[in-house]
Design a protein around this ligand. Sequence first.
Ligand code: PEP
Length: 240
Amino acid sequence: MKFKPLIIGNWKLNLFREEAFNLIEFIVKNTPASFKGDIAVAPVMVLLQSIAEKVHGSRIQVSAQNIFHMQNGAYTGESSVRHIKELGVSMAIVGHSERKQYFGETLKHVCLKIKACLLEQVVPVVCIGEKKIESAEIVLNKQLDYILTTISDAQFHNIIIAYEPIWAIGKKVKIDISRTEKIFKLLRKKIGNNTRLLYGGSVTPKNAKDLAQILNINGFLVGSASLSPSMFIEIIKAYL
Ligand code: PEP
């Protein structure tokens, strides 16, 4: 594989301070030395700095779950890429389906956020995916066509695409491995060989091994299972 695997734990609006500290300490201590990939966790915004301090000197990176595209100004309640970068954050999840569902984010916002991340050399982890009733091929093509217009050829290796079928997020569904493999083949064809592709949606220690075998999947974006210390480590071990 051209890319090292990357496993990101998206903690969403979970884990209060002490719980988050306990989890990150467990991950730092228990990540097997034989895992040669990258790991990141995405805590709530207000814990970014303390989690970044906790992982300092380790191989674990910190990601924001969201950012605002403007650097500063009259935008009450928002945090810019520069703000999170100052805290030691190296990645930001952009366009998660929950942002689209609950906060009205559109592809236009997603593109502005990608651009803002690239300007500050923070890696955007750009989420794409279809609803149950939609055709994956049509929706992914449309989303990528729109997103890719904002990225120059030279920037393709600075972004990460996370394919997250919306119907699989937080639902603990059974994943069809051969269908997933087909979709990643299409995604790879469309995006080329310079961009890491992650899978997200109902990843567990049980299915992680099979998913890790798929050539075009370069790691996972993990929601629920990333809140369990042992499950998250087991998922990392799928790449041993
Ligand atoms: C997610 O929210 O990005 C996600 C993949 O969630 P889960 O792993 O719980 O399906």
